[in-house]
Write a protein of this length. Sequence first.
Length: 66
Amino acid sequence: MATLILHPENQEQLDALTAVAKALKVVFELGESPYDPVFVKEVLEGEKVRKSGKKGLRVDVDNLWK
């Protein structure tokens, strides 16, 4: 059949999705994100800054390898 990947944002959503899968007798797997939570937090904060119109961290590419 098909694979469905869901990304619950909190424990309440995870519990609800797990309950629905069990009620429908759907086989499911629970797994952790392969990404470091600190790294994910930094990326999300950077996106927030960029979307708010502020300039984020700038890298001088001319001096990148010096």
